[in-house]
Write a protein that binds this ligand. Structure first.
Ligand SMILES: Cc1ncc(COP(=O)(O)O)c(C=O)c1O
Length: 403
């Protein structure tokens, strides 16, 4: 019998469930299953040789700095580089507005730690990034979902919901949005809605947490300004990361926001990990200044665009007409909606028998809906596997279509 019984756990820890994606990944890693499940970048996009070169240089020339503790805010040069790189037209942010984190996942955790008390409401998209929902839940945040359409979160519904919550005396802390090439839906919020969400934030006095890991991975169409860059008053906290545009193994990301909030985050981060690894920050900084990160991103876009096209063409060929799916202009994901009577979770084992995996959509929905949806990632598998995986999945779905 285990010595540790349930009563040892905090109420919040008892409520947390294992991520179904991680469980799936464990099962399929050592098999012939073609996985359209995980959101891992293609390793072909990692500039491994260049990173090897800068790491060697750092260890031979700056080992005392690289192997030491460092400041909680993060390496000054790296923060300056990021500010100039992503905020170059705006110039509104200074060093007090940015903190380096160990991945955006830590950013989600720290923002929750700083802003949420148990019972506070977080507004999220339907569907929304699962690990963000878990971060909010882990601090007792309660999620209220807003439907999306082709232009992202629906502003009429957002306004209605906030009005209703206000009437009920509920405390809404922030609106969480993955504004560009959303995970899991692949949808991008239109410019009109980016402006409107800011108006709404102002009107209801709530913050916006804009999580933007895929923004630079645009395959077509005009780039849109982030909600953060449109904000003149400090309502938006923005998360950016090197994970999808350089490599996730460095675990490097940043939070940009008004300096009072960033200051609180820095204090909370001290209790979390003292500082993000300085060795990796030096690697990212030296890489970004000695090589051309934008050029690397451009070549990565080529890789992902081809994969996206293979997936969309395969979906047209092999999926039955009863299924619809999003057509992302960038990022990593396509989101498919099956007829209401098909439960993607129930179908999963059958798909595994056919040696293909996906992530069923329901856990991404904060309102227990979405049982007939699935996320299909085109980032990691080869073009050949994407084509074959969609073919296998089409076969599994067709068996369930009612005539
Ligand atoms: C929307 C979103 N936010 C945050 C993250 C976490 O990224 P990081 O590797 O920077 O922790 C991911 C990773 O998939 C993501 O899709």
């Amino acid at each position: 019998m285990s010595l540790i019984s349930e009563e040892f756990y905090s109420v919040l820890a008892s409520r947390m469930k294992a991520s179904s994606i991680r469980e799936i990944l464990k099962i399929i890693q050592s098999s012939n299953v073609i996985s359209l499940a995980g959101g891992m970048p293609d390793p072909a996009t990692f500039p491994a040789e260049e990173i090897n070169e800068v790491a060697k240089q750092i260890l031979s020339k700056k080992s005392a700095l690289a192997l030491q503790y460092s400041s909680t805010e993060g390496l000054t040069e790296l923060r300056e580089f990021i500010l100039n790189w992503i905020d170059k037209d705006n110039k509104k942010a200074g060093l007090d507005n940015i903190v380096i984190t160990s991945g955006s996942q830590q950013g989600l955790d720290l923002v929750s730690k700083v802003l949420l008390d148990p019972g506070d409401i977080v507004i999220v998209e339907l569907p929304s990034y699962l690990a963000a929902l878990n971060a909010f839940r882990s601090y007792g945040g309660e999620m209220v979902g807003i439907p999306m359409d082709d232009e992202g979160m629906r502003m009429d519904s957002l306004r209605e919901t906030l009005t209703q919550l206000k009437k009920e005396g509920k405390r809404v802390k922030f609106i969480y949005t993955v504004s560009t090439f959303q995970n899991p839906a692949g949808v991008t919020m239109s410019i009109l809605r980016r402006k409107e969400i800011l108006e709404i934030a102002r009107e209801f006095n709530v913050l916006i947490l804009e999580d933007n890991p895929y923004d630079k991975l645009r395959f077509e169409g005009e780039p849109l300004p982030s909600i953060y860059s449109l904000d003149k008053e400090g309502y938006v906290i923005s998360l950016g990361t090197f994970s999808k545009i350089l490599c996730p193994g460095l675990r490097l990301a940043w939070i940009l926001g008004n300096k009072e909030i960033v200051g609180k985050i820095v204090i909370m981060k001290q209790a979390t990990d003292l500082c993000t690894t300085i060795f990796n920050q030096l690697i990212a900084y030296e890489y970004c200044t000695n090589y051309d990160i934008d050029k690397n991103i451009e070549s990565n876009i080529e890789i992902y665009r081809k994969k996206r096209n293979v997936m969309l063409n395969a979906l047209d060929r092999y999926f039955p007409a009863e299924v619809i799916w999003t057509k992302p202009e960038g990022g990593f994901f396509v989101f498919a909606t099956l007829p209401e009577y098909i439960d993607a979770d129930e179908m999963f084992l059958e798909a595994i028998k056919e040696e293909v995996a996906y992530v069923s959509g329901a856990p991404f929905f904060a309102n227990d809906k979405g049982k007939n949806t699935m996320r299909l990632s085109f980032c990691y598998p080869s073009e050949k596997d994407i084509e074959e995986g969609i073919k296998r999945l089409g076969k599994v779905i067709k068996k369930r279509i009612k005539k």
